[in-house]
Design a protein around this ligand. Sequence first.
Ligand code: GAP
Length: 452
Amino acid sequence: MSKEAQQRMEKIVSLCKRRGFIFQSSEIYGGLNGFWDYGPMGVELKRNLKDFWWRRVVHEREDMVGMDGAIIMNRAVWKASGHEETFSDPMVDCKTCKARHRADQLPKKDGVPYCPNCGGRDLTEPRAFNLMLKSYAGPLENDDNLVYLRPETAQAMFVQFKNILETSRKKLPFGIAQIGKAFRNEINPRNYTFRSREFEQMEIEYFCRAEDGIALTDYWLEERLKFYEDIGIPRSKIKIHDIPDGERAFYSKKTYDLEYEFPFGVSELEGVAYRTDYDLSAHIKHSGKPLEYFDEEKKEKFVPHVVEPSAGVDRTTLALICQAFDEEEVTDEKGNKEVRTVLRFHPRMAPVKCGVFPLLKNKPALVEKAKSIAAALRPHMMVFYDEAGAIGRRYRRQDEIGTPFCVTVDFDTIGENGPELAETVTLRHRDSMEQERIPISELRARLEAAIF
Ligand code: GAP
């Protein structure tokens, strides 16, 4: 990572802590590597992302339904899916300092890998390390009660395929969507929340006929690119990596990785994979249960194929923050130059949609009016009422959390300067910092049009 990129990342991490987006998990006890907590702003951002994804892929489509599966499933699921046997990363130990690393991510000097912890070159041979986190379900901690915390949400959608098909009465092609936690015992969690041990996924399993698999993979790639554009991540910042033959999972006939230009490098946000009939066939074989589809018109029975767009909530949240982060030089009212830090979120992603301020906090008529505007907006959007400090500082605080609009109630609003401007407020736009005067009666519709 260049020095500039490193500094940018440091500023982002510091802003995220200072403004309540992301905290280290269990921070007062020294934290826990690979685990993160989202604060008041972070949780709103993440909810906006998940709600918009759900709206786009479930509510706005006729061919999709949702589900919410358990995190812990019968161990047989993970034997059938191949995870128990093969869901591993190559691991090496440094014989000098005993640190453990992913073999495929070791730095190299003159082509020779070395330990990033102590610089030692005396490393063990790589061996497979299974990434699934284990626990026990039941009172005895024995092999019969061993369970895994799911490393992906996908399997619940495969094993519930028949129940969902029968209860939803969908016809091919149709898909199942799910958002939920996943866990991986990553050897080296890194790059802030990018590679965590606990994270959330937004996954789709789109079932289809074999002959449609490749075309639908291209279709979903395009849908997903549109989605990223609609949340404020332009196509120009996403690299599409068409995984070549020989590098894809053996059952996949086509896989695209969508990679975002993070400050620490271009890295995967989402995969769109054509997984053929591998998953359903594996569960038919291991469970002995019929998971085939019967086409009434053609009187044909077959195992559907599947296209899987699988995105990370935490990675997309981090991409939204990195994309939104900006610093610009501005001149304040006294003519002093200062750096304005601003998160330029798309309004539909912004944690707070509107800041509402009385011009002065010691004027009861202004305070009362501002509070009544905030209360009227609150059922429709996330609002932040603030009366502390100079108005310019209040704007800056909202800029730092990415609030797209701020409303100020002044003496015009309460009719002190004549009836023409009574019941109007100043609407300030975050990106341009421009202000306009609008009637209170138009406020809600104006804001809703921008944040929907
Ligand atoms: N069902 C397919 C699947 O799980 P994956 O590429 O292993 O595929 C899908 O994961 C997405 O989940 C990734 O593109 C990424 O966004 C997210 N993800 C995977 N591992 C992660 C981790 N350790 N931390 C944060 N997000 C992760």
